[in-house]
Design a protein around this ligand. Structure first.
Ligand SMILES: [Zn+2]
Length: 409
């Protein structure tokens, strides 16, 4: 039968270089402390791997390990320092932890799994009995590990989008791999420099493989993308286009509602959702309100019809059909006497070539991509981040599809 130290030696998974010299159980504090000792007289240099004699020992250190039942388990050791002829005196690498980690690799791996499975970082931290900043550190280390291992060889369709950050009107720019459905990088603000920073994620040969880039009609993103991937097609995102049309309808409705209410006419009251949602998602009651609206002579009904008819643009077979559709729609929109709609129509006309690219590269940054809702929930779970880097790490941790788990465990 094992003695107690041998028993723990096997549980921790230590190799023969190490032994457990002391086991201390504190039942009041509910901690189990295992003191580890290196039994080899010669050790490997952590820089070059050469076998060296021991010089001395570094100061005592401790690492949090996986709990043993209800006891928080801590490993402690004075790690030997090697006297290498080439590299000088170096602290040797220990098999159970990374270089500057305060946790064993097994604990980190477990913590990463718990963080990914938990509703919020706070909930995970509570389960793991770690504090918030420790959880943040574990996520940071995991993301850096994942980024180092990541392969970007097959990225052909890129999405560039903005996300709001903090409570006000700050933004971050997010680059995604559309086919891989993963976030590649996040940069502060939504300027040309921000977008350049995103593009720097890819090497020159990788950039050459990018065929199409989906984005909002945002000049800074366009300028940077033209410069960084001159051969890629730019595709203006259809979900942003429908958002602009929706906003235009809402402007028309608000202005008209104000006018009507001044005369005691309540026909447009409470119709906001009715005119903004797709009709197939409306309740029967709201669909009825909509049909009453469309039979009226109200401007809001006209605006709604223009917005709604634009949805058929995307059903055209190719860019030729798309252009013909657009020309018809445009001449109708521009004569509608509704300034917000005309404004959007002119904007679309000015960017038409990069909207028609959709027919050869039907890509979008739309809500069907799982990470959009995930980013939204990251943001609301954190009640608005104050520090950009925290937000970036969180997005890459949850939406980067990175290989986060430490090796060698
Ligand atoms: Zn060395």
């Amino acid at each position: 039968m094992d003695t107690l130290p041998q028993h723990y030696h096997r549980m921790v998974g230590l190799n023969e270089d190490w032994t457990i010299s002391n086991v201390q159980l504190d039942t009041d504090a509910r901690t189990l402390t295992l003191a580890l000792e290196c039994v080899r007289s010669r050790v490997a240099c952590s820089e070059c791997g050469a076998s060296c004699s021991k010089n001395d020992h570094a100061a005592p250190r401790s690492w949090r390990h996986l709990d043993a039942m209800q006891f928080q388990t801590v490993l402690t050791a004075r790690v030997p320092r090697s006297a290498c002829d080439v590299c000088g005196v170096k602290t040797i690498a220990v098999p159970w932890a990374g270089k500057h980690g305060r946790f064993t690799l097994m604990f980190e791996a477990f913590a990463i799994e718990v963080l990914q499975a938990s509703r919020s970082v706070q909930a995970a931290a509570l389960l793991l009995s770690i504090d918030w900043s420790t959880a943040q550190t574990i996520m940071e280390r995991a993301v850096h590990r994942g980024l180092e291992r990541r392969s970007l060889e097959e990225v052909q369709h890129i999405g560039i989008d903005e996300k709001s950050f903090r409570k006000g009107h700050d933004y971050v720019s997010v680059m995604t791999d559309i086919d891989g459905s993963r976030v590649l990088e996040v940069a502060p603000e939504r300027t040309i420099e921000a977008c350049d920073r995103l593009w720097n994620t890819l090497s020159k040969p990788q950039k050459k493989k990018v065929r199409a880039v989906c984005m909002d009609m945002w000049q800074a993103f366009e300028t940077s993308t033209e410069k960084n991937v001159p051969n890629a097609k730019i595709v203006h995102d259809r979900f942003h286009i429908s958002k602009y049309l929706n906003e235009a309808v809402d402007k028309v409705r608000r202005a008209e509602n104000k006018q009507l209410q001044a005369d005691g006419d309540e026909r447009l009251k409470g119709l906001r959702h009715t005119v903004l949602f797709n009709p197939e998602n409306l309740t029967e009651e709201k669909n009825e309100q909509l049909s009453v609206l469309l039979k009226s002579t109200l401007a809001t009904g006209r605006a709604w019809t223009l917005k709604e008819s634009f949805r058929f643009f995307w059903d055209e077979d190719d860019a030729v059909g798309g252009r013909a559709f657009f020309d018809r729609w445009y001449s109708w929109a521009i004569r509608c006497r509704l300034e917000p709609i005309k404004k959007v129509a002119r904007m679309l006309k000015g960017r038409l070539d990069r909207i028609l690219t959709w027919f050869s590269s039907p890509i979008s940054n739309g809500p069907s991509e799982g990470f959009n809702s995930r980013i939204q929930s990251i943001k609301s779970a954190a009640r608005g981040f104050r520090i950009f880097e925290h937000y970036r790490i969180r997005i890459l941790f949850f939406c980067g599809k990175l290989d986060l788990i430490p090796n060698d465990i």
